[in-house]
Unconditional design. Structure first.
Ligand code: ATP
Length: 260
């Protein structure tokens, strides 16, 4: 077992995912450790969501191994999933239900008993203390995303999956979410984050992997990836002033063509 897999909350080894003729993920391997925010970056159609779906156990890969907290997702799916929290899309929730009811409902699904006081504490933690009796559908998009994150954390999972959690958020809400992620990191959780914002990846991720056409092309600490790929970024920078950013390197490595 190599050092990076030992002690990992998530270990993905040689993952392959196919939809009919489309090979969406090709031999992807990476690991996420306690207290780490790991960013999975890639252009549209690169295979990020497919990878997350396989980790969640929603999609059966063609081959490869996924272990969550040491549990193989295929051999011990219930144990593995008990250690995963997923931020669902807001469309997954009943808009007519009150926010407090939704939290109680999901607590029940995860077999966590919560008093009214504890539900109040959860709502206070996401700055929605007065919204318990509001209908979910009456919340703004950003408020709905906060509820969704709180639900993902109800069963105190060791691994948290966030699929583009800040898309559509205003700068204030985005910063707040970054703070929440950093608090989770301090508590020793592992976070896997997909984002199209290179600024976000540079700001919050401890390590990132850049995936393109189903393959990881580079993994590492954002600044090290920038430093090691300055040459790739030079071409892109021709039209831009300022220091070399992760976005320059990302486009340098994955090309500037917009994906079909
Ligand atoms: P985005 O940034 O656009 O969300 P992504 O990196 O999450 O992209 P995936 O959604 O994993 O990419 O898609 C990877 C590839 O698999 C794409 O070519 C996509 O068209 C294909 N694909 C995804 N889901 C399915 C499906 N259910 N059936 C067939 N092909 C699919």
């Amino acid at each position: 077992m190599d050092n990076l897999i030992q002690g990992a909350i998530l270990a993905v080894e040689d993952l392959n995912i196919r939809y009919g003729n489309i090979q969406a993920v090709r031999g992807v391997s990476f690991s996420v450790h306690p207290g780490e925010i790991f960013g999975l970056l890639g252009p549209n159609g690169a295979g990020k969501t497919s990878t997350l779906s396989a980790i969640e156990g929603l999609l059966k890969p063609e081959s490869g191994k996924i272990r969550v907290s040491g549990y193989d997702i295929r051999e011990k799916p219930l144990h593995a999933r008990a250690n995963i929290g997923v931020q669902l899309q807001s469309t997954s929730f009943q808009p007519e239900l009150h926010v407090g009811e939704i939290i109680r409902l999901y607590a029940g699904i995860y077999n966590v008993s919560m008093s009214n006081e504890q539900i109040g504490e959860v709502l206070a933690s996401i700055n929605l203390a007065d919204s318990s009796t509001k209908k979910f559908g009456q919340l703004s998009g950003g408020q709905q995303q906060r509820v969704s994150l709180a639900i993902a954390l109800i069963h105190t999972p060791r691994l948290v999956l966030l699929d583009e959690p800040t898309s559509g958020l205003d700068p204030q809400s985005r910063r707040k979410l970054w703070e929440r992620m950093e608090k989770l990191r301090e508590k020793g959780r592992g976070i896997i984050l997909t984002t199209h914002s290179m600024e976000e990846a540079e700001s919050v991720c401890d390590r990132i992997a850049i995936i393109d056409q189903g393959k990881i092309i580079v993994t590492g600490i954002p600044q090290e990836i920038i430093d090691n790929n300055r040459n790739n970024a030079e071409v892109i920078r021709a039209s831009r002033k300022g220091k070399i950013t992760l976005e320059d390197v990302f486009i340098g490595l994955t090309g500037d063509a917009v994906r079909a």
